[in-house]
Design a protein around this ligand. Structure first.
Ligand SMILES: [Zn+2]
Length: 259
């Protein structure tokens, strides 16, 4: 299994990062994609990847909640890192109107600029979209062609899936939210289809049941895979095989070790 979205480099894991990585690997999570958040997270992300080169990959980008009035400086700094090494995607980028609508225009411009980076480099995008689908699609409208990518932590409706698909054959990142009691996510899984689902934890956030509210970690991917298997009524192995193949396809992962 592959955790396509995990932030194990964040301070929440400073006390036991190596144990967390060991637990993920022994739970069968053989690869983890680390998306960047802002300028302050670049170095910790590089350090984690440096210690776990074979089982982690990195994506570079500026998270929409970190886009403020002076986002130009942050974006320049992130752009200057794009040639540091091989990134498997641009992310996480997108629109978040849930926490704060003040910088709506700035978020849209920053998102567009980072989509340009992805197109120039032929990289997929990792999209964070919270209460922002209209804005995301408005930004998409500015482009003649789009990179491929994933709507990470997807929590939208069947109609949202259909709207997104008018723009491209995107993947949808499914995490612990699918296990929550009143979650809308199970109802959209058949529309998305197993072939377009990517598994993710979004650690340290969004722990699946029965760990809801606690710090999340990548070792909980099997709980999400089992839940997806139950909802789609397919064997758990089929979920891990199909989603692994999709993750490798999208991010062109270089997975050396097969566990
Ligand atoms: Zn994230």
């Amino acid at each position: 299994m592959i955790d396509t979205h995990t932030h194990i480099y964040l301070p929440e894991f400073d006390g036991d990062r190596d144990e967390v990585m060991a637990r993920a690997l022994s739970a069968g999570v053989r690869h983890m994609v680390l998306p960047n958040v802002d300028c302050s997270t670049v170095e910790p992300m590089y350090r984690l990847h440096g210690s776990y080169k074979d089982c982690t990959s990195m994506a570079m980008g500026l998270h929409p909640t970190e886009v403020g009035a002076d986002y130009g400086n942050a974006l320049d700094e992130i752009a200057s890192r794009l040639d540091d090494c091989r990134f498997v995607g641009i992310g996480e980028i997108g629109i978040d109107m849930y926490w704060d609508k003040t910088y709506r225009t700035e978020q849209m411009d920053a998102f567009a600029e980072q989509i340009r980076w992805a197109l120039e480099r032929d990289l997929p995008i990792i999209i964070h979209c919270r209460d922002g689908l209209n804005e995301v699609l408005e930004v998409f409208d500015r482009f003649d062609r789009l990179p491929c990518g994933v709507f990470h932590s997807f929590g939208g409706s069947v109609d949202d899936v259909k709207r997104i698909r008018r723009y491209g054959d995107f993947y949808f990142g499914i995490n612990g939210v699918v296990t929550f009691k009143k979650s809308q996510v199970p109802a959209v899984l058949p529309e998305i289809g197993l072939g377009r689902i990517l598994l993710e934890t979004d650690s340290p956030y969004l722990s699946p049941a029965p760990f809801r509210g606690r710090r999340n970690e990548s070792s909980r991917i099997p709980l999400i895979a089992e839940c997806v298997a139950r909802i789609l009524d397919v064997p758990a192995e089929q979920v891990s095989e199909t989603t692994d193949a999709s993750a490798q396809d999208l991010f062109k992962l270089n997975i050396k070790q097969q566990i």
